[in-house]
Design a binder for this molecule. Structure first.
Ligand code: ZN
Length: 306
């Protein structure tokens, strides 16, 4: 046996883009499972003080179009889906989608008999369309999901803070755009403890709840960007606590990640973030000692929605 053959084989595999890229699809399935469970807990646990709630079924949606054509056979296998349309990529245990009998891989054809509109051929337009359909409904109103085989599922969604969630294979490590929280596969896989990943997701969800993306779209004051980072850190404490996570997980995350996620002048130093989070944990405990139903002051200070 030629001793160098395995190395050559490995090199050949690494030069095959399709197999190399598709190799991370099972990892994507695992991390979207974690994200679905975390997002479900965070959005529904804080529904009583979130300024805007939507029906949260407890799922993360996927679409074949998110994958290169060469990757689609591997994606279909990993997500256990057979159709060509949007499908359920992950379901939070104990969520309404779980109770309705929906499962990973179920193709979604219609909501309450309304077909999912096809607006363009972008990788996520059909997922976004389902989100828009859901957001237009009463947060707790029952609905019927029809799968791509015509089977109907009765779903009783829970009201939850308004946001979608997705694991991406490229782009910024964690981001919020007002409607969606995204974390990369690399970041999610690197954060082993669920409560620490929840801290990252809670920070991004906090940006959406506090409407930072739309506020910052119009101006780029470095001071204000830094302030929004600390505000998101502070609100993440309340989100974590109300989801049943230890809010100190946010401190553990920052202590563990010595190299900052984002090395930019716009982002506060790690030590300042940890001190801010610790102070907010104490403030929350004091507020809740006086009034167990106390909500976060940052949300109370928000201007009312039009
Ligand atoms: Zn941030």
């Amino acid at each position: 046996m030629h001793p160098r053959l395995p190395l050559l084989l490995l090199a050949a595999m690494m030069l095959t883009p399709a197999s190399a890229v598709a190799a991370d699809i099972p990892g994507l399935v695992r991390q979207e499972d974690r994200l679905a469970a975390i997002a479900w807990r965070l959005t529904t646990g804080s529904a009583h003080w979130c300024p805007q709630t939507v029906p949260q079924p407890g799922w993360i949606l996927g679409d074949q179009r998110r994958f290169d054509k060469r990757e689609r056979p591997a994606a279909k296998l990993a997500f256990a889906t057979g159709g060509e349309g949007p499908f359920i990529a992950a379901i939070a245990p104990g969520s309404p989608a779980d109770h309705a009998g929906l499962a990973r891989g179920t193709g979604i054809a219609a909501i309450d008999g309304q077909p999912i509109p096809t607006l363009g051929d972008g990788p996520t337009v059909r997922i976004d369309a389902v989100q828009v359909m859901l957001a237009a409904r009463e947060p707790a109103a029952p609905l019927i999901v029809t799968d791509d085989g015509g089977r109907r599922y009765a779903l009783a969604p829970s009201p939850g803070c308004a946001s979608g969630f997705r694991v991406e294979r490229s782009g910024p490590q964690a981001a919020a755009n007002g409607k969606l929280v995204r974390v990369t596969l690399r970041l999610a896989a690197s954060v082993v403890a669920d409560d620490e990943l929840a801290a990252v997701v809670a920070h991004e969800l906090a940006h959406n709840i506090l409407r930072h993306p739309s506020e910052l779209a119009g101006q780029r004051s470095v001071a204000r960007v830094r302030a929004t980072e600390l505000e998101a850190d502070r609100l993440s404490v309340w989100l974590l606590a109300d989801a049943g996570y230890d809010p100190r997980a946010a401190i553990r995350f920052w202590e563990r990640h010595e190299k900052p996620l984002i090395r930019a002048a716009t982002h506060p130093p790690r030590r300042e973030r940890i001190a801010t989070i610790a102070a907010e944990i104490e403030a929350m405990a004091a507020a809740r000692a006086a009034d167990p139903a106390a909500g976060p002051p940052l949300v109370a200070a928000l201007a009312p929605l039009e």
